[in-house]
Design a protein around this ligand. Structure first.
Ligand code: LMR
Length: 328
């Protein structure tokens, strides 16, 4: 009798726990290093909203902006370990996993974001999304930010103006070579450390998009910004490939749909957010925005472009040619 009461009670308990347990959503963490009021920040929030909607609540997405959970140094490792499921690092930060993606770091390669978009949508660009699968990283999408501008506490109008200065760079050997070519010193630093490094003078200058220069307040500690458009900061949204491949087809499809729509939102707002950030910096009066004459621009191209030959064999000539062709 006692035994049967126990059995009945256990079945009743299971009946309660069973459906409740089945309803527990899968918690998915999305970690990134920028502010919410940037293209990536907005797109991550959109992805959360849509992924939860399309999976009917089976997935709960937690977004951690501003290096809150993991900064540059740790986020890739965190994906590999399964501590976080989604990250969207700048393309410059895949340096240690593949040299091919470094094509995006070549200075003066793309005329504008439309050209970057065409390259990413093409055969080679799409293949790069899967180029790190053996390292367990799977790219689900590219997200745009924008073209890079260069700043310091002195006007940078000619390449010689950068001589002797120390510039913060992302962890990319191409970006290091780009500044060495200007007789400047590159310093690899995590994004979360840049403001302070500029403020205390550990570094003299930096390169970034308008939205990052504005949202991280770099313009408050940099007197001069040159609208150089000399490179690009874009992102690849990556997941742990084993984790992704282990999800049901339904969940994958729903999250892919959410990702495609969030990507569209990202790419629709990126240009606007960068333009607005530029206007806000201009009207703050905190730093002066300099334009280059065509002659000055030519000098910057000549000073930076030798980097291409240096990295051509590591990246692959075909890839560089395809990227160049996307400008047409
Ligand atoms: C940087 O480190 O400068 C940027 O890549 C940060 C970002 O994610 O936009």
């Amino acid at each position: 009798m006692r035994k049967s009461i126990f059995v009945v009670a256990s079945i009743a308990a299971l009946a309660l726990v069973g459906p409740a347990a089945a309803q527990q959503p899968i918690v998915v963490k999305f970690s990134h290093v920028v502010a919410d009021n940037t293209p990536k920040g907005q797109a991550a929030i959109k992805f959360k909203e849509l992924a939860e909607k399309y999976t009917n609540g089976k997935v709960k997405v937690e977004v951690y902006p501003n290096s809150q959970l993991f900064g540059d140094a740790k986020e890739m490792e965190a994906v590999a370990l399964g501590d976080v499921q989604f990250i969207a690092p700048s393309l410059s930060k895949f340096d240690k996993f593949t040299k091919q993606i470094q094509v995006f770091d070549l200075p003066f390669l793309f005329n504008d974001i439309a050209a970057v978009d065409r390259f990413q949508a093409g055969k080679q660009g799409q293949a790069l999304l899967r180029s790190m699968e053996s390292k367990n990283f799977l790219g689900l999408a590219y997200w745009h930010n924008g073209m890079k501008q260069i700043s310091a506490n002195r006007p940078l109008l000619k390449p010689e103006d950068a001589k002797g200065l120390k510039f913060r760079i992302q962890a990319s050997d191409i970006l290091a070579a780009q500044f060495q070519g200007l007789n400047a010193t590159p310093q690899k630093l995590a994004f979360s450390e840049v403001y302070q490094a500029l403020q205390v003078g550990t570094v003299d200058g930096q390169e970034n998009t308008w939205s990052n220069i504005f949202s991280q307040k770099f313009y408050e500690v940099q007197k001069d910004i040159t609208e150089s458009d000399h490179g690009v900061i874009d992102y690849m949204v990556v997941v742990n490939a084993k984790w992704w491949n282990g999800l049901s087809k339904d969940l994958q499809d729903a999250m892919k749909k959410a990702m495609d729509e969030a990507t569209k939102v990202n790419n629709d707002v990126a240009g606007k957010l960068n333009d607005e950030a530029k206007q806000k910096i201009a009207s703050s009066g905190a730093s002066k925005i300099h334009q280059l004459t065509p002659e000055q621009r030519k000098q910057w191209v000549e000073a930076m472009k030798p980097v291409w030959a240096k990295f051509e064999s590591a990246i692959g000539k075909d890839l560089i040619d395809a990227a160049v062709a996307s400008n047409d």
